[in-house]
Ligand binder design. Structure first.
Ligand SMILES: Cc1cc2nc3c(=O)[nH]c(=O)nc-3n(C[C@H](O)[C@H](O)[C@H](O)COP(=O)(O)OP(=O)(O)OC[C@H]3O[C@@H](n4cnc5c(N)ncnc54)[C@H](O)[C@@H]3O)c2cc1C
Length: 531
């Protein structure tokens, strides 16, 4: 008999752990995660969590800032819901013991970030995500009602359609046990996709290796609608070094006077925007992209060495020591940086309860599209979204009637053999990430998008053939998910015939008067369609 849980959560980032802890003691919960519990973007979050805490601040102001950043596409009801639950979400974390940085006068220290009209970002020095995740990890590990399965990678959902039975429901999941190499069948009454984002689809990303779009690809293959995938937020400054994978140089460095320089030491931001280095994130990222492409540069430089060394060491302890590990002393020399894919605003469509198109299936965190971020995410709203929708999903699951368990088939490996050419997978990984960077990056054109679409089609065919003939490995599964995600990003970008928020097209540089979401639904012929 396959293992069965009342609730199965896929992913152990802030979204997954939040759902698990709200269900603790009330349901038999399984939590699978494809590496170790702490692996994921949440553990890497630096800045903090946005919430209205200060007396001078108000929910109206936070709503207005979010909507303003979202360029006409934030869902006002969702935005209000998330903002109004901000303070309680922080209180919940504090109750669990998260050591946020304190302030003698106001209780908790609040920072201000780009796009926020008030100080409202609660943080734990410059490593907020780590403080949150290590605290919640401990709670999850000590709870007897939660079974944690590390090194377990969700592969695909088992739906009524796949079983050939009536209804539009999820019944379970296939998961690859990465240690034994076996694919397990796991049954569940409710399943929560909390598998994070998809930054790894691009050559340069701030995201961890786990961010391969698995949640979106799994939801899509199961028949869920996916929305707004063209809105990929690029962080302007990620450390550029052959051995540094995805290390972000926080915006606060520019906030404190950091200057962006060309290799010859010349500043370039004043030519792009009167706010220079303090222009919004997307404008800075676009300017760096422009200079790099125009001059054929590998990177540009961020220089803050004119500030006193003690100031830098106390304000940016994490950035100072990580750069030093790579031989860069930020108190003495400029930091080589490139823009990098940072956040996916789109995802599996989910309602106010985090419920998707399939009965019993939920999507939370970066995997989900809730309507909060619109066409551009306001900094520090994403961790808040994980907390609010994680709790909402748990509440909805607890209110669901018990469902009937059905017999689930085992994974069939009778017609496949061990892969003979792993090089095909690593080659395709590199090719995909390179052309997504070159053709579907910060500044887009229809011609480049079509070029990318053509290549994706070829990769899809190759991977499907590989998938049908060889035993699955985590690399193959991730590549398959990345290609699906790339297909969704390019398909959405081609459908948006305007520039808005994070999507900038040279062929359609203006915004249309009316803003619409790009909603994709899988057609019978697997083509992308607007719902
Ligand atoms: C460097 C960095 C800094 C950031 N700073 C901030 C910040 O200051 N404030 C803010 O609000 N946001 C920040 N963000 C964004 C924010 O961290 C993420 O949006 C958020 O953490 C997403 O949480 P999540 O739980 O959805 O995903 P994640 O935390 O990425 O967790 C996803 C989990 O799913 C697992 N997983 C993936 N695929 C599978 C699969 N197939 N099977 C099983 N498990 C799977 C992963 O291993 C991981 O455990 C930052 C992001 C980065 C990368």
């Amino acid at each position: 008999m396959p293992e069965h849980f009342e609730v199965l959560i896929v992913g152990s980032g802030l979204a997954g752990l939040t759902v698990a802890l709200h269900l603790a003691g009330k349901k038999k919960v399984g939590l699978i995660t494809k590496r170790e519990l702490l692996d994921g973007a949440s553990n890497w979050a630096q800045g903090g969590i946005a919430a209205v805490m200060a007396k001078e601040d108000s929910p109206d102001a936070h709503v207005a800032d979010t909507i303003n950043a979202g360029a006409g596409l934030c869902d006002p009801a969702v935005t209000r819901m998330v903002v109004e639950r901000g303070r309680d979400s922080i209180a919940w974390l504090i109750d669990h013991g998260v050591p946020f940085t304190r302030d003698a006068a106001t209780g908790y220290h609040l920072t201000q970030e780009g796009g926020h009209s008030h100080r409202r970002v609660v943080h734990a020095a410059d490593a907020t995500g780590h403080a949150v995740q290590t605290t919640l990890e401990q709670r999850v590990r000590e709870d007897p009602s939660i079974t944690v399965l590390e090194q377990h990678m969700a592969l695909d959902l088992i739906t009524s359609a796949k079983l050939g039975i009536p209804g539009k429901r999820v019944h379970g999941i296939y998961a690859l046990d990465r240690v034994s190499g076996r694919v397990k069948t796991i049954g569940a009454d409710s399943i929560v996709l909390a598998a994070g984002g998809a930054g790894k689809v691009y050559l340069y990303t701030t995201n961890p290796d786990t961010a391969t779009g698995d949640g979106v690809a799994i939801g899509w293959r199961a028949g869920c609608r996916v929305a707004n995938m063209e809105f990929v937020q690029f962080h302007p400054t990620c450390l550029y070094h052959p051995h540094a994978k995805s290390f972000l140089i926080s915006e606060a460095v520019r906030g404190e006077g950091g200057l962006l320089l060309l290799p010859d030491g010349k500043r370039f931001m004043p030519e792009h925007d009167p706010r220079a280095e303090l222009a919004p994130r997307d404008i800075v990222a676009r300017a760096i992209d422009f200079e790099m492409k125009k001059r054929g540069l590998d990177c540009v430089y961020l220089d803050i060495s004119h500030k006193p060394a003690d100031f830098l060491k106390s304000h940016f302890p994490n950035i100072y020591s990580r750069c030093l590990e790579f031989g860069i002393d930020i108190t003495k020399q400029p930091i080589p940086v490139v823009p990098a894919a940072h956040y996916s605003c789109g995802g599996v469509m989910a309602d106010l309860n985090a419920a998707t198109d399939l009965d019993g299936l939920y999507a939370v965190g970066e995997t989900a599209f809730t309507g909060l971020h619109g066409a551009n995410r306001l900094a520090s709203n994403s961790l808040l979204e994980c907390l609010v929708f994680g709790k909402a999903a748990a509440a909805h699951i607890l209110a669901r009637a018990k469902t009937k368990t059905v017999q689930l088939p085992q994974w069939d490996e009778s017609r496949v053999t061990d892969a003979d050419e792993e090089i095909v997978i690593s080659h395709n990984w590199d090719e995909l990430r390179r052309f997504m960077w070159d053709y579907v990056g910060i500044v887009r054109t229809t011609k480049r998008l079509e070029r990318a679409q053509h290549r994706i089609q070829l990769l899809k065919e190759e991977i499907n053939e590989y998938y049908a003939n060889f035993k699955v490995t985590s690399d193959l599964l991730e590549l398959r998910n990345l290609v699906t995600t790339a297909d969704l990003i390019v398909g959405s970008a081609l459908l948006r015939r305007e520039s808005r928020g994070l999507h900038f097209s040279r062929d359609y540089p203006k915004s249309k008067p009316k803003a619409n979401n790009t909603v994709l639904q899988r057609g019978r012929d697997s083509l992308l369609k607007i719902a």
